[in-house]
Every structure is written in structure tokens, then in C-alpha cells.
Ligand binder design. Structure first.
Ligand SMILES: [Zn+2]
Length: 291
């Protein structure tokens, strides 16, 4: 079991790297054609749909299905088909982890038949198009919002959506399945280095504090925003890597290095390609925040 898990995690790390490149290049500049999706069982009555956009969690109850995120608009039918392959229950609720269109892009097609819930800031970011200079196709906002926590109780099961602070954006919810001890992190864990969406209110300083809050919950399994399923130790490692990156950048800035030097450093050390979302969204804000 331990070997199987290790193999899964290292295969996942490769996927995470490759997937992240595609994600950062395409996810915000166009509405892609439907991608190939796969459904994986996570725990009893909990599945994950991966591929093309953010990881979707599927929680089945006797009174309907709760989805976490809904990928791109183009993935709608494939998500519905994947859910139908494991249950006849209708999709009743969708919780968006944040406003990006690879997580909330499916909202428009689900809104006529499901209730969508997000943080108030995720809704504001959709309504105000907080994507910097990037103009993606429009996303439909949630009808129901919360500021600290919203719990969905359905068919005797509970899902808790909790705002724990800024990080990837200013409106990231972590989604907790207490009975299963599973946490869906949204993009507070995604990729090999953090994408800090400063136009959408993100913060590299707050990111680790937000993950520290999340790590206080009791869970053993983590569904990240992108990439393979991992465990609590995997999330802790990711958190520590964010801190390491921040400390290295902070060190350069305090040595007197300019933003162009830091851009080069990020390109070499963290593969933040020129003109990537990281260079556009994360670099200027991170430089200003750590100065
Ligand atoms: Zn995102």
C-alpha cells in the first residue's frame, strides 16, 4: 500500500508539472474545447474528476449530489456523464472554491438545475472581472455566498466550505468533508509553485497562514486544485515550499535586487516562463508585498 501510494504521488507530481504548464498558458485566455476527464474513487461516496481544469469532487448522498467546482464551460456534459456513471442522483449543489474559470466556468450550465455557493469575494471577483489584463470568457457567479463558512447538509451528510484567509485569491474556500476526513484545497495547493493572483486579491504572505489554518482540521486525504490526490503531509510540504520560495525572494529584494532580477530568478528556479500568468499576475504584486 505504501509503495502504491508513493508511486501514485510521484506520477501525480509529474502530471502536476505538465498539467500546470498547460493550465497557466491556456486557462485564462480562451475557452478551450472539452478535455478528457477521468473519474477516480477517493473514499466511500466521494469521487474526483480530474483532467482539463480544476479537480472536481463528487459527493453522493441519498438526496442528491454535491459537486466541488465545475471546470470549464466546455466540460459540462462530460462532468454530467461522469457523475451519471456512479449515481442516478441529481446534482443539487455546487460549491466553487474560487472564481477562476477552470473551477467555476461550468456555473452557467448548472445554474438552472443546481444551487451554486461561493465566498462573497469569489462572487465579487467574477462580477468585477478581477483578472488583471487577461480577458477570459465571462463566468456566471454563485447565487448564494458566505463570508466565513457555509455548510451543506444533504441526505445525512455534511460538507463544510470555509474561508480561511487570502492566498491564491482573496476568496478561496477550502472544502472539508468531516466524516471522510478529506479536504479539497482549491488552488491553495496547485502546481509546483504558487500562482498568486494579485489582481484577484491574492497574497504570498497570507498564503502560508491560510494553509496553517487549514492544517488544523482533522483530515488524512487532500484533493488539490490541480494534480493528484495527496495526504496531509503532502499539503504541509507544499505549504513549506511556499514559505521557502517567499524567503528566497524576500532575501533577493533585501539585497537590493530589482523586479527584473527577481523575474529572471523565478524563471530559472521556479520555471515561471516569460509572459506566463505567474510573471503577469504574481511577480509585480509579490515584489511590492515583500519589499
Ligand atoms: Zn485558480
Amino acid at each position: 500500500m505504501r509503495y502504491a501510494l508513493a508511486a501514485r504521488i510521484s506520477a501525480g507530481a509529474l502530471f502536476l508539472t505538465l498539467g500546470w504548464i498547460a493550465y497557466t498558458q491556456l486557462a485564462f485566455t480562451q475557452n478551450p474545447a472539452p478535455g478528457k476527464l477521468t473519474l477516480n474513487k477517493v473514499k466511500d461516496d466521494l469521487y474526483e474528476i480530474e483532467g482539463d481544469g480544476g479537480n472536481v469532487a463528487v459527493y453522493i448522498t441519498d438526496e442528491g449530489v454535491i459537486l466541488i467546482d465545475d471546470k470549464f464551460d466546455a466540460d459540462h456534459q462530460s462532468i454530467v456523464d461522469n457523475v451519471k456513471s456512479v449515481t442516478n442522483q441529481p446534482i443539487k449543489y455546487i460549491i466553487n472554491t474560487h472564481y477562476h474559470q477552470d473551477h467555476s466556468g461550468g456555473n452557467a450550465k448548472f445554474l438552472p438545475t443546481a444551487e451554486i455557493i461561493s465566498t462573497a469575494m469569489a462572487r465579487t471577483n467574477i462580477v468585477e472581472h478581477k483578472q488583471g489584463n487577461i480577458q477570459p470568457p465571462p463566468v456566471s457567479p454563485a447565487r448564494i455566498t458566505f463570508t466565513t463558512e457555509a455548510d451543506v447538509n444533504l441526505g445525512g451528510k455534511e460538507v463544510r466550505a470555509i474561508y480561511m484567509g487570502r492566498g491564491h485569491t482573496n476568496g478561496d474556500a477550502v472544502i472539508y468533508f468531516p466524516a471522510l476526513r478529506v479536504l479539497h484545497t482549491g488552488d491553495l495547493m496547485a502546481g509546483t509553485s504558487p500562482l498568486i493572483d494579485y489582481p484577484g486579491g491574492g497574497s504570498v504572505v497570507e498564503w502560508t497562514k491560510t494553509l496553517d489554518n487549514a492544517l488544523k482540521l482533522d483530515f488524512d486525504t487532500v484533493i488539490p486544485g490541480h494534480g493528484a490526490i495527496t495526504d496531509k503531509a503532502g499539503l504541509k510540504t507544499y505549504r513549506d515550499n511556499v514559505e521557502k520560495m517567499r524567503n528566497r525572494v524576500s532575501g533577493l529584494i533585501h539585497e537590493g535586487k530589482g523586479q527584473t532580477d527577481v523575474a529572471k530568478f523565478m524563471e530559472t528556479e521556479y520555471k515561471w516562463a516569460p509572459n506566463s500568468l505567474q510573471q503577469q499576475w504574481s511577480l509585480p504584486g509579490m515584489y511590492a508585498e515583500l519589499k
